[in-house]
Design a binder for this molecule. Structure first.
Ligand code: FPP
Length: 253
């Protein structure tokens, strides 16, 4: 069971002898950082960077799919992003509908399944409506899963999972002996998705910023200096090449 949990792509612990990973990542998680700096460098307001960053998403998702990637998770709005100036928050929370208004028909046509991970109830109604519509419309698609982390925080997600499991223990539906990696994962907001194989963060920052703290335990990390609006298919190729050259050991030798 542990093997299933940790390796849902072609890589398994049985390939320990292999020199490198060599397979395409099944799940890529991306921290799309550097929009504000991109805008500042051009003398533009920060929101112009977010708008430009939004334009990169479809291109990169399609390119990931062309590589054979099955899941792409994007950190679009964190639980900490509420601390930003109201104008920027409002703008960021308009982006999902702006993106989906334009891209949803094409995503659907390309068999992409849109998913959302986060506390959506706290979002403005217009944001919720747009993302729900996209999730429902594409729910039967079985191509690339494009998962947006929206009002998402890794610590909160873990606390919520603990609450849900504790409630089941209190009700007698579970005992503490049932609690293991697999059960815990199934109570996270990413339930039913494999753990990311590769995490990419753009803009040169080297930190996790409360992103998928549980799920990234054995992921490979790739930090790119490029700012997110400048991230190209070539940068993704490079990240995947680096991933393939790594040897994953999962604590083994
Ligand atoms: C971090 O850059 C980026 C964000 C907080 C938002 C990322 C969102 C998008 C790219 C668009 C989302 C689109 C959809 C469809 C949901 P930053 O603002 O922290 O950049 P900085 O570090 O240079 O200031």
């Amino acid at each position: 069971m542990f093997e299933r949990f940790i390796n849902q792509n072609a890589w398994t612990l049985k390939t320990e002898e292999a020199e490198t990973n060599a397979t395409t990542p099944s799940h890529i998680a991306i921290i799309m950082d550097g929009n504000g700096r991109w805008a500042k460098n051009k003398g533009l307001p920060r929101v112009a960077g977010h708008r430009e960053g939004m334009k990169v998403i479809h291109k990169i998702a399609e390119h990931a799919k062309a590589h054979g990637v099955g899941y792409v998770t994007l950190y679009a709005f964190s639980t900490e992003n509420w601390k930003r100036p109201k104008g920027e928050v409002d703008f960021l929370l308009r982006l999902p509908e702006r993106f989906l208004n334009v891209e949803l028909p094409k995503l659907h046509e390309n068999n992409v399944q849109v998913r959302i991970m986060g506390t959506t109830e706290e979002l403005p109604k217009h944001t919720i409506q747009a993302v729900r519509k996209a999730v429902e419309k594409t729910s039967q698609n079985d191509g690339l899963v494009l998962n947006f982390a929206l009002n998402y925080g890794g610590r909160f997600e873990i606390i919520e999972a603990v609450r849900k499991i504790s409630a089941k223990v209190e009700k007698g539906e579970l005992t503490t002996d049932h609690i293991n990696d697999y059960l815990f994962s199934e109570h996270l907001m990413s339930h039913s998705l494999p753990d990311p194989d590769l995490l990419i963060r753009t803009s040169g920052e080297i930190r996790l910023s409360n992103f998928m703290l549980w799920q990234l335990a054995y992921s490979e990390f790739y930090f790119a200096d490029v700012l997110w609006p400048d991230f190209t298919k070539g940068h993704l190729d490079e990240a995947i090449e680096v991933y393939k050259s790594r040897k994953r050991r999962y604590g083994g030798v």
